[in-house]
Write a new protein. Sequence first.
Lengths: 372, 73
Amino acid sequence: MNLYFDNCATSFPKPSAVAEAMSKHLNETGGTYGRSAYPRILQSTRLVEECRDQLASLMGASDAGKIIFTANATTALNLMVQGICKKGGHVLTSAMEHNAIARPLEHMRQLGLIEWEQLESEHDGRILVDKIAAKLRPNTILVAICHMSNVNGMAQTPGAVKQAIGEIPLLIDASQSLGQHPVEVDNWGVDFLAFTGHKSLLGPTGTGGAFIRHPEMVEPLLFGGTGSGSESLSMPNFVPDRFEAGTPNITGIHGLNAALKNRPVPQHTRSDFADLLTEVKRDKNYLVRCAADFTNQGKLFSIVHLYLSGSELALRFYEQFGIECRAGLHCAPLAHRHLGSFPTGDCRFSLSPYHTPEELNYLAKAIHDAGR
Amino acid sequence: MLAGKEIFLFQNIRQVILAERWCVENKLEVKVIPVPRPYSTECGMCLEVSAEDGDMLQQFASDQGMMTQRIKG
């Protein structure tokens, strides 16, 4: 029985093709990215570009050349937040931000470069789109929002947000959403997106990246060799090279590519997940943190017990039921402030496509039993 | 460079791979080779095609908005 319910932290298991692809690169094929032209390099480089193309297709981006690889979503967000905010201005976020956005913004504020504030939201953190206009200023340079909360699984509607902000650039953090929820950067008009490879995409840790529609608006975070324009001491002004200094995580990208080509058929239905949430909400010992409208619900939710702390609950789940879940603030203190669970946090469960209906039923029963 | 061949240099690695893929899909004879020193240090690899296919590859590159340097043998 698969009792790992911490897929928001990092997904497990992965498709077997992920480890096979990584092992093949490490043990058989080898080869770096570009730099020369012998067959080993060519094969390795083709797979990196195939991965870029697959990611573009998945997120609805017509220009895969604007996807760049980084070590994780946090690096990508730092690149974009710091790279865009260097010139100063005013930034808006949602109430549900992870520290991956909040800390870079706060750092830029402490340097005296920007001011930032939150947009008004519903109880579940959903942005009140019709209240956005009142928050905009002449010097608003960016709206940066977490697409899907890692605390309650609520997904924002980036297309509606973009309509409300017009020409102001929109950055979305798709760390939780890409791979489990529709993402359409072109149709929505998203200007910047950060993703990670090891969560819903089921790839290895150490992979992630960004979609950067306007490379000219972003100062590079890293400087170094790209295998292009080498006669110049400045970074190239074309993408992806402008933001990919140094040898990328080729082994990891091959693994991510394999994950994208071998997406598992979900073992449970959306209805099974809805039944689980309904069952948990019946339990009067808990407050359930989830989206108000199930249409916007990602495959995660949190619970707050009337008396037990999140950490006490998590220990109980593991020791009595073998269930692995996560307690605490989930690196999202702002979201917990909004939801009313700061500073104690809560206990979070996040699903995998490999979970069966029987495993979801087991979880529901364990939640009832642990809370008594 | 061999007579009857052309070399295409691209702005970056991604463009080389995309152009090579297009050549293979369209059954052009293509070879990925290291960038010859006399021409550029732009990136580590470039494409060699037959002279008779050069115009087709140039058209593809132009359609894609790729910046290329074309060297005829």
